[in-house]
Ligand binder design. Sequence first.
Ligand SMILES: *[C@@H]1O[C@H](CO)[C@@H](O)[C@H](O)[C@H]1NC(C)=O
Ligand SMILES: *[C@@H]1O[C@H](CO)[C@@H](O)[C@H](O)[C@H]1NC(C)=O
Ligand SMILES: *[C@@H]1O[C@H](CO)[C@@H](O)[C@H](O)[C@H]1NC(C)=O
Ligand SMILES: *[C@@H]1O[C@H](CO)[C@@H](O)[C@H](O)[C@H]1NC(C)=O
Ligand SMILES: *[C@@H]1O[C@H](CO)[C@@H](O)[C@H](O)[C@H]1NC(C)=O
Length: 538
Amino acid sequence: MRVNTGRVDIFILSEHVFKFCENLQYSRLFELSAVTSTIKDCRLSVSLFLANMCLLPLLWFIQIISAVQDFPALDHIRTRTSASTQTHASQALIGRIVGKRANEFTAHVQPDLGPKDRDTFKIWSSGSYVNITGTTGVAVAMGLYYYLTNHCGCQYTWAGQQMNIPSPLPKVPAPGIKVTTNDRFRYYQNVCTVDYSFVWYNWTDWQQQLDWMALHGINMPLAFTGQEAIFQQVYMEMGLTMKEVQDHFAGPAFLAWSRMGNMHGWGGPLPQSWINQQLVLQHKILDRARELGMIPVLPGFAGHVPSAITRIFPNANVSHLPDWGHFNSSFCCNLLLDFSDPLFKRIGHEVVKEMLNEFGTDHVYNIDTFNEMLPKSSSPTYLAQSAKTVFEALTSADQQAVWLMQGWIFENSVDFWKSPQIKAVVTAVPKGRMIILELFAENRPVYRHTESYFGQPFIWSMLHNFGGTLELYGSFDSINTGPAAGRNFPNSTMIGIGMAPEGINQNEVIYEFMAENAWVPQPRGVSQWELIDKTLIF
Ligand SMILES: *[C@@H]1O[C@H](CO)[C@@H](O)[C@H](O)[C@H]1NC(C)=O
Ligand SMILES: *[C@@H]1O[C@H](CO)[C@@H](O)[C@H](O)[C@H]1NC(C)=O
Ligand SMILES: *[C@@H]1O[C@H](CO)[C@@H](O)[C@H](O)[C@H]1NC(C)=O
Ligand SMILES: *[C@@H]1O[C@H](CO)[C@@H](O)[C@H](O)[C@H]1NC(C)=O
Ligand SMILES: *[C@@H]1O[C@H](CO)[C@@H](O)[C@H](O)[C@H]1NC(C)=O
């Protein structure tokens, strides 16, 4: 992709090339150069002249009335940050993004600007100023990005920023633009992104990442940084030694997989300095995310425990998880506490209580017990008990907790996770208290054959990237039509969209396109990717 002043060349891949690239994705063998040279032969180059967008005639759209269900159990999942704090945070963001031009923008957060449980922004020209009002800090940032991309030919991507803003600021045709999001939540990150991309991030990098999130409308980011400090505290209070806890954690670049219980110790031991430094970083990340009105997702307790737990509790009822990724017995087959063992709830309670004390909470927790590891029994009774126990442990420390579970297992191990197994897990928890992150919705949408997750809310998420590889491909058609199809599914329980790439800094085009699903009223013409000034006059 080439990005220069006001112009983006986009290579839209034909269905044929796309399928080819998708196969490459699974083989993971090809380098970027090999893929791009193949693509060159059959690509269709489409040029968009973003700077011309303000010349487009104003178009009117009728907002599709959403048929999606309401979940009273999610009523409290909203920012607790005051409008004035969010206003200041969004003004500071504008300063970071547009630099010296910041004094030509005004930003204001007004929570009642739009309908309940949606985000709305309003942009209008007032003299030489551009004024932006939004329901949250994120909504203001989204409005800013809408203006910068559609009216100024600018772009803010992971790889680089084009912020050559025309002077004077292009006018927003009177009386302005008002846009409301399609869904309540926009989720971002994969449990693996922490290693494939973020592992060596310092605060400067995180700050840019958080700005990228806000501009692209993300209001529900995963916030996994610094969790080892919490688990270390809990386990050491229970009597484990420093060494025993260190043997449980992987090294920094492999933490994603020790957190998931896939293996332990690989690339370790984790230095204490790293554990401490990540804790400090997590505080900064959470503060920034919350001041912009986001709802960061914290980790909870999934049942994976250090092997030394049996030294402290000789009667603990544990079993070994299956080998994952061919690690040998020094690193594989972590212990899983049995769901009937009272120790499960005790540790789960301690972990979440410690997390609350340290970080506060927005009541959403990601927990995955069986990520890429098959449970020892496929009995729906066993699986329902596993989910009940995880949820009870969680809610014993936070009564208002909502469990965000990745649906990856249902997509990844279809022979094991059949309808009765999926139903057992998702209906073991009260309605609305579990959100399923439909991780790979652009490719294998599970909600369609599970009656929309049997009534539990889900997030339509694009996975797109595996292993942080650099490959030019993407399911444009699916990303274009999928979210709308999810919302319009009979008795749909879809409550948001998401982007969950295993690694970032690749194929920006797909993410720019996907992020627009936050507000585009209907699928676009992919071959031209018409950037439409969706103008709703207020
Ligand atoms: C827009 O912002 C400018 C600069 O702060 C301010 O003078 C003007 O009153 C604002 N317009 C409205 C309609 O609020
Ligand atoms: C963070 O790391 C980048 C290099 O990746 C460096 O340029 C920057 O100065 C660092 N920031 C801080 C606060 O250390
Ligand atoms: C351990 O858990 C299993 C179920 O997985 C149960 O059958 C067994 O009775 C438990 N053992 C003890 C000692 O509680
Ligand atoms: C596992 O592999 C590592 C090297 O990767 C080796 O040092 C260790 O001895 C092996 N453990 C067993 C039990 O074979
Ligand atoms: C939608 O829900 C209603 C009421 O629960 C039910 O009668 C109907 O069969 C459902 N429709 C589908 C397509 O599942």
